[in-house]
Unconditional design. Structure first.
Length: 416
């Protein structure tokens, strides 16, 4: 009976996480220009399809294969044989599907930061590499019995494994790719390129918010025993962090810009969700509220810093949402963990847990940045990473996919 309940719960959660792909697609499409809408839909479709294939062929084995020196799992091509060494409380196939939908999320994050000027062929290649190698290695360290997991590093549902990893790849990719044409003046001033549909963007955020209730609570992989209470608490901490982040950002932008900023507040919901993901199972509701407030500040000033100071063009704010808040959320575990073996600094645990969390952040950043540099520089030097100037101006829908517009029955008035 327990196996049946846990398997059903895991499959339901996995479906919700899969549904997040639609959320990412809508957010990215809405926050960018209409002339690239079809291209963005195609990228979000294919990163899940290609990610599912390569994770089945190679990635799952590297992530969850029998441990080799704490660094990597033994390759298990096409996921053959018995997985009893993982001590699963759910069916093998349910676990494989659950991990597959998580893997696809990391590659999706990169898409938004590199939108509107990346070759589709290059996108397909780097999406496969992230899902095949970059993500599974980090996943093994933290979730597959690797050295960070054994050290006590805590990332319950993926602030680091999924979000900061995807965010670091996005940062390097967008930096190497360069800004969209017209994004920065000769004097270095940033020009805003408004997205063509706040409606789609908002729909995407609500879909993601809903999907996160599979992403975080579903990571218990069980609804029996103590996991019933943990999963229930995770619903509360997840929702509160998102809500406090949105309220905080609304107030910040209202004060800072004299009007409450819609797109930034939408992104704040995602920032709060990212930040709570690492510690959603070990923090109290009050702790999650603080995490949400902090993430609201981080997303506003982080996105501005990346755009106006570092001058990396990130059309949807993916770096600020996923990378910065993934890091912040992971640190917060070392401060606010109130349950479990490794209590946070503010709950009498001292600096041990905080130190382990910081170590994990550093090594994951180092691995991901190094891999991303090699990946994107290789793509740039071989097949090419960026479309031509003419293609970018006319729009990737026409040049990459042969369609005049994703909105064939509507008149669009896109500019640079």
């Amino acid at each position: 009976m327990e196996l049946s309940i846990n398997t059903m719960w895991t499959l339901l959660a996995a479906v919700l996480v899969f549904w997040m792909q639609a959320g990412f697609a809508m957010v990215e499409t809405g926050f960018t220009r209409a002339k690239n809408a079809g291209n963005i839909i195609m990228k979000n479709l294919m990163d899940f399809a290609l990610g599912s294939i390569i994770f089945w062929i190679l990635g799952f084995g590297l992530m969850f294969g029998k441990d080799i020196a704490g660094f990597i799992g033994a390759p298990n091509f096409f996921i053959q044989g018995d997985l009893s060494y993982l001590n699963l409380g759910v069916s093998k196939d349910a676990y494989i599907f659950f991990q597959t939908v998580f893997c696809a999320t990391a590659a999706t994050i990169v898409s938004g930061a590199m939108a509107e000027r990346t070759k589709f062929s290059s996108y397909c290649i780097y999406s496969v590499v992230i899902s095949a190698v970059i993500y599974p290695v980090v996943g093994h360290w933290i979730w597959g019995g690797g050295w960070l997991q054994n050290l006590g590093f805590h990332d319950f549902a993926g602030s680091t494994v999924v979000h900061s990893l995807g965010g670091w790849c996005a940062l390097i990719g967008a930096a190497i790719l360069g800004p969209r044409i017209g994004k920065y003046t000769k004097e270095g001033k940033s020009n805003a390129f408004p997205g063509h549909s706040l409606t789609l963007g908002a729909l995407g955020v609500f879909i993601l918010w809903m999907g996160w209730f599979g992403f975080n609570p579903g990571s218990t992989l069980s609804l029996t025993g103590d996991n019933l209470n943990i999963a229930s608490r995770v619903f509360i901490t997840t929702n509160l962090a998102a809500s406090f982040a949105a309220a905080t950002t609304m107030m910040i932008t209202w004060i800072k810009y004299k009007k409450p900023d819609i797109s930034m507040t939408l992104n704040a919901v995602l920032a709060g969700l990212v930040a709570i993901t690492a510690g959603c199972d070990v923090v109290t509701p009050a702790g999650s509220a603080i995490i949400g407030i902090v993430s609201g500040f981080v997303v506003v000033f982080g996105i501005e810093f990346i755009d106006k100071v570092v001058k990396i063009d990130d059309p949807v704010g993916a770096i600020g949402v996923h990378c910065l808040n993934g890091v912040v959320g992971t640190i917060m575990v070392g401060l606010f963990a109130a349950y479990g073996d490794n209590l946070g600094l503010f709950y009498g645990g001292g600096f041990k847990s905080l130190g382990i969390q910081l170590l994990g952040i550093i090594v994951v950043a180092a691995w991901t940045i190094a891999c991303a540099l090699v990946l994107f520089k290789t793509l740039k030097a071989t097949v090419g990473l960026r479309v031509s100037t003419e293609e970018e101006i006319r729009g990737l829908d026409l040049q990459e996919h042969g369609i005049d517009s994703a909105y064939a029955d509507f008149q669009t008035t896109d500019t640079l």
